[in-house]
Design a protein around this ligand. Structure first.
Ligand code: H2U
Ligand code: ZN
Length: 352
């Protein structure tokens, strides 16, 4: 069996055991993975309070509602929700030919503000402040997940204009759906099959491998490990895995929740330090479906999917072969992890 060293300069493809999909890796295209230049971009000063922001405490939202003068976290139903809880049960399959298939999808969409401060981000909040966000994520997962018509709860953050975030105020969204969406559905099947075939949890086993290997690790604490996964698609994609086998965020005890806050701060700090900007990404937690069944196969984790490639402005595009055939990357996951490990663990904004 070949080791990764033998593939260091060889075009190859890597298997993602969580989705059953492959990614093409072309390491020979990056003679030097990193030129060392940091392209400084002009950063707009963000005020602590913005009278025009629809998420700041006390302000009016676009829908007309007014935010309370909250001093920690704040959650509300999305004023422009993509899904609604009360929809008639409708299913169509014209002529039964399995070609024009549709069904109504009940759901809830919420917006969750991390902080009353307009100018903060996870990287610049304290671990104690992020811990209150973790507690609210857990409460929201529990509350929405126990509803009859909620089979899955997706918590996600779009960070930065490049990712389509409409507002710099630190916030995330929660979408609760009746059905299991595509990505968690793939992971559900893969984890279930792995458990059946090996009698072990896929991510427990992967975590043990990565903890020993070390070359894809980015940062860690006693309860979590952040790695650039072996099968990463985005240049600086990471996977945050709980060391304990819990299937959802409510399975974390107090210590685990503080550790989750800590690893999120560590990781987002390293991301920001890479190009000395507030690093854009989409991140989200993958947890067990809330369909009322037992899900021993599910291992709680988070994915960070950042678009940037070489600098604050040069992003990766998923086009051509990637869009039509399979994703591809040049910089290897190992060198991306090395880059993330080599930056300071302290945020550039407080380093002076
Ligand atoms: P994003 O930044 O990830 O787009 O999330 C912001 C969400 O906030 C977005 O889904 C909602 C938008 O619908 N929103 C409100 O619910 N009320 C408002 O007053 C403006 C934006
Ligand atoms: Zn704001």
């Amino acid at each position: 069996m070949a080791g990764i060293d033998e593939l260091k300069e060889v075009p190859h493809r890597r298997f993602n055991p969580l989705t059953g999909e492959w990614v093409v890796v072309s390491p020979h295209r990056t003679k030097r993975p990193w030129q060392g230049q940091v392209e400084r971009t002009e950063q707009e000063a963000v005020p602590a309070y913005d009278p025009e922001c629809y998420l700041c405490p006390g302000n009016e939202r676009a829908g007309g509602a007014r935010n309370p003068k909250y001093d920690s976290t704040f959650v509300f139903d999305n004023d422009f929700a993509a899904l609604k809880p009360d929809v008639p049960a409708v299913a169509m399959d014209t002529n039964g030919d399995e070609l024009l298939v549709a069904e109504s999808e009940p759901g809830n969409c919420r917006v969750l503000c991390f902080s009353p401060r307009h100018d903060l981000t996870l990287a610049r909040m304290t671990v104690a402040e992020i811990r209150t966000v973790v507690d609210l994520w857990a409460a929201q997962f529990a509350e929405l997940g126990c509803r009859n018509n909620v089979g899955y709860v997706q918590i996600f953050e779009n960070r930065g204009a490049m990712m389509g975030a409409s507002n710099p105020h630190p916030h995330c969204q929660i979408w609760a759906t009746k059905s299991l969406p595509n990505e968690p559905k793939k992971e559900q099947q893969a984890q279930k099959e792995y458990l059946e075939r090996h009698g072990k949890c896929l991510l427990c086993e992967y975590l043990a491998l990565e903890a020993t290997a070390g070359d894809r690790a980015v940062c860690a604490n006693d309860d979590f490990l952040a790695v650039v996964p072996f099968w990463a698609v985005w240049p600086f994609e990471t996977l945050v895995v709980s060391r304990r086998h819990v299937s959802d965020i409510t399975g974390l005890d107090g210590r685990g929740r503080t550790a989750l806050a800590d690893i999120l701060k560590q990781l987002t700090t390293r991301y920001d330090n890479l190009f000395e900007i507030s690093f854009p990404y989409s991140m989200g937690f993958h947890q067990r479906p809330t369909d009322g069944r037992e899900h021993p196969e599910w291992h709680f984790h988070a994915h960070f999917l950042p678009p940037l490639l070489r600098s604050a402005t040069v992003r990766k595009f998923m086009v051509g072969f990637e869009l039509l055939a399979s994703p591809q990357r040049d910089i290897t996951p190992e060198s991306a992890a090395e880059r993330l490990r080599s930056v300071s663990p302290a945020h550039y904004s407080v380093r002076g």
